[in-house]
Design a protein around this ligand. Structure first.
Ligand code: ADP
Ligand code: MG
Length: 262
């Protein structure tokens, strides 16, 4: 078994350069990161540090300029669009800051939708959707449409939808970014429940250290590079994290350097 096979996610020296006219933005400057099966990992960093870019590479929504990304041992940087779509559908659930539910469908119908469209249908759509809504503690709202739900309820429905076809990996970009503290805490608890009850690997991006520190492991990005990789449950590392939170020990937030091409 090769090294990359042991991990759900293995990113190897990934860079991402984005050209905007004459200007090249170095969004990622060589990131190497491995995520074990069942791990709950937070990626934290200031705005513009490359968090969403990194999550996009892991989710196969984008390709690195150089370097490799392996999902469940498969190198996804060399795949055709068709193969990549299959990996995304089978292996990865996505959760976004703004929920992105279909407004005309009920909670139940939103969660059932990806099961109905699966290439190989593994579940009964309605019963699977009810089960997931119960795990996320929003089953009492299953016949409501998104505009009849609170933000926190909508996000828990969106998590249920992301899990519909039982992907091994759940990717969340600022899942609490649009929620008040109480709703955000419920969403974080829901993600912990998903990890422990379904064994799903969770990779979450956030700029909020209180949210990030609820994970098993916190990786911090600064200017497109990994600056720290810590276990928030270890006391020594907690001290390091407090320093991070107080803005000591990390490079002050700034925009990535830009380069003007000749
Ligand atoms: N499509 C794009 N075109 C040009 N620059 C981009 C694009 N997406 C992101 N960037 C730049 O890349 C850097 C990293 O962005 P991003 O990954 O969105 O950071 P974060 O999610 O940490 O806020 C930023 O400087 C951002 O402006
Ligand atoms: Mg972002």
């Amino acid at each position: 078994m090769s090294e990359s096979n042991r991990y759900v996610v293995h990113v190897q020296n990934a860079t991402k350069e984005l050209k905007m006219g004459q200007v090249t933005v170095h969004a990622l400057r060589g990131v190497t990161l491995s995520v074990e099966p069942g791990e709950f990992l937070s990626i934290i960093g200031p705005s513009g540090s490359g968090k969403s870019t990194l999550l996009g590479l892991i989710g196969g929504l984008d390709t690195p300029t150089s370097g490799k990304v392996y999902i469940d041992g498969t190198d996804i940087t060399d795949l055709s669009e068709r193969e990549l779509t299959r990996i995304r559908n089978e292996k990865i659930g996505f959760v976004f800051q703004f929920f992105n539910l279909v407004p005309t469908l009920t909670a139940l119908e939103n969660v059932a939708l990806p099961i109905q469209f699966a290439r190989r249908r593994a579940f009964n759509p309605a019963s699977r959707a009810k089960e997931l809504l119960a795990l996320l503690e929003v089953d009492d709202r299953m016949h409501h449409r998104p505009n009849q739900l609170s933000g926190g309820q909508q996000q828990r429905v969106a998590i249920a939808r992301a899990l519909a076809n039982n992907p091994p990996l759940l990717l969340c970009d600022e899942p609490t970014g649009n929620l008040d503290t109480v709703s955000g805490a419920l969403v974080m608890q829901a993600l912990r429940d998903v990890q422990s009850e379904m064994g799903t690997t969770v990779v979450m991006v956030t700029h909020d250290m209180d949210v990030a520190s609820q994970a098993d492991r916190v990786v911090s990005l600064v200017d497109g590079r990994i600056a720290d990789d810590i276990d928030p449950r270890s006391t020594a590392q907690l001290a390091a994290m407090k320093m991070l939170r107080e803005g000591r020990g990390v490079t002050p937030s700034r925009q990535p350097e830009m380069e003007t091409q000749p």
